[in-house]
Design a protein around this ligand. Structure first.
Ligand code: SF4
Ligand code: SF4
Length: 506
């Protein structure tokens, strides 16, 4: 069994990673069958169902727990009984780090046997503590640090645009091109200004494995910190037989730096149950079994106090940042978004809504809603528009930050208002005909109508000119007029975040 435990772990890692990719890539529009309503093949929320960190912080910051998170109780139970099984056997981000660590371990000819526990490995516990303190103060920062959230976001905002570039090169066989389009991309318009930033973050996190195996998991991951704390009283852990002579062979193979060769100081809360050590032990002295002695987690009081101080400072920095930023015209939330303050507490910045948005309307924000709103979804009609009969972002959102609307509700949901820049609009500026915005406006009755005025065109000829006007009672702010406007560099019609023309009708 000992020999096979590593292979069982490997099989589990591969299966859960495959399941993750299956759900992620299938979270696209289902084109099978005929239906006027857009449907999803799968939902990214299933990925977050097993994430106890997101469940905990969402509960603290919103006082609600979406039903999907009930499954995370299973992960908690598994951890309390078996230890950090999730980290070693289930977590897809952990598996990707494991793969890179495996390559790094092969390349790095040097052995790095750990003989002492590096105190900075405790950093993840402090990060977890800070995340929880902030969520109790109703600031949900787990989306920036939760491993599944980082993974989904980096794949959606960085990896998919990279795949699209490869797809557009047309260098693959026809069947591969079809596979990429229908099973990976799902659409041919994936563009995010922040893709390079997410790419850099992702590559740095993976590259850190070449410095230390599973760097992210050991030092930074707040979910790893949470599960480490939960595993403190786990009754099952690695045990030593009497014939162990602490030769250290196991320690070299331990990606978790749990110091398995130390009979009396084995760090079971660091152990991810990878079981490399069992195979590495030349005298077969290790086994996984019952031991009710609690794990030692040496958190210093001073560092814990510092964490509290950092979390409190973070709270004030984030809040002052928010107060300093007035609501900006670009703060256009997806249809069905809950009220802004609640949205900031509920959204976990996972990028699921951006991934599924069929016309590339949604993108990660910068500081449109202050520091607290970083990477939350905003609509940008320069790069896409909100499809009239689409309600997919609400269906996809795992936390309810975007509520699920019926298609009929969605069609009436106002997210912004269009304004015309008369200096750039062709009928106003040059006295020529242009009806592009009116043609594309999807509402019924249309939110764009024409005023017929007598005037001169740019050649000085008198004529009747049709000048477009906005009806703020009908405009829902979908952005298609801005996106399709022929004045491409800076469209002559644009969305701003006020609704129904703002003060006029609200
Ligand atoms: S430490 Fe974090 S990223 Fe690593 S395996 Fe555990 S939960 Fe996943
Ligand atoms: S923003 Fe509009 S088009 Fe995009 S997913 Fe949401 S409802 Fe659909």
């Amino acid at each position: 069994m000992k020999k096979y435990s590593r292979y069982l772990r490997l099989i589990s890692q591969i299966l859960f990673l495959a399941l993750f990719f299956y759900i992620f890539f299938n979270s696209i529009i289902d084109n099978s069958g005929f239906s006027l309503e857009l449907k999803l093949k799968s939902k990214i929320e299933y990925i977050f169902a097993i994430d106890p960190l997101v469940a905990l912080t969402t509960f603290f910051s919103t006082y609600k727990l979406p039903a999907v998170f009930i499954l995370s109780a299973v992960v908690i139970m598994l951890t309390v009984i078996f230890g950090r099984l999730f980290c070693g056997w289930i977590c897809p981000f952990g598996t990707i780090h494991h793969f890179f660590s495996f390559i790094a371990h092969k390349i790095r000819k040097d052995k790095y046997e750990k003989t002492e526990y590096p105190k900075y490995q405790n950093l993840k516990y402090y990060i977890f503590t800070a995340v929880v303190i902030l969520s109790i103060m109703r600031i949900n920062v787990s989306g920036y640090l939760d491993p599944l959230s980082i993974l989904v976001k980096c794949l959606a905002v960085f990896f998919l645009p990279v795949v699209l570039i490869i797809y557009n090169m047309n260098i693959l066989s026809g069947s591969m091109q079809d596979f990429l389009f229908y099973n990976v991309l799902g659409r041919d318009n994936i563009y995010y200004e922040q893709a390079p930033l997410f790419g850099t973050i992702f590559i740095i996190l993976l590259a850190l494995n070449f410095y230390r195996n599973r760097f992210w998991c050991k030092y930074l991951c707040p979910l790893g910190g949470m599960l480490g704390l939960l595993s403190k009283y786990s009754p099952l852990k690695l045990q030593h037989k009497a014939n162990c002579n602490s030769c250290g062979s196991c320690s070299d193979k331990c990606y978790a730096d749990a110091l398995p060769f130390k009979k009396n100081n084995f760090k079971s809360s660091e152990c991810m149950l990878l079981f490399n050590c069992l195979a590495a032990c030349p005298s077969d002295s290790l086994y996984y079994g019952l031991n009710i002695k609690p794990a030692e987690i040496d958190l210093s009081k001073r560092a814990t106090a510092k964490t509290l101080g950092i979390a409190l400072s973070g709270f004030f920095v984030i809040k002052t940042g928010k107060k300093a930023v007035a609501k900006t015209p670009q703060l256009i939330r997806p249809p069905g978004s809950v009220q802004e303050n609640k949205f900031l507490k509920t959204c976990i910045r996972c990028g699921a809504c951006m991934k599924v948005c069929p016309e590339n309307f949604l993108a990660p924000s910068l500081f449109e809603s202050g520091i607290e709103g970083l990477w939350t979804p905003v609509g940008n009609a320069d790069y896409g528009y909100c499809v009239y009969n689409c309600n997919l972002c609400g269906k996809m959102c795992p936390t309810g930050a975007i509520e699920e609307l019926s298609v009929e509700e969605k069609k009436k949901t106002v997210i912004a208002t269009a304004f015309i820049d008369e200096n750039r609009c062709l009928p106003y500026a040059y006295g020529v005909d242009c009806i592009v915005c009116e043609e594309h406006c999807p509402t019924s009755p249309k939110a764009i109508y024409f005023d017929r005025v007598k005037g001169k065109n740019y050649k000085g000829r008198s004529r009747e000119i049709k000048q477009p006007k906005i009806n703020p009672e009908e405009c829902i702010g979908c952005g298609i007029c801005q996106y399709k406007c022929p004045v491409k560099d800076k469209p002559a019609i644009y969305m701003t975040s006020i609704k129904n023309g703002g003060v006029i009708l609200s």
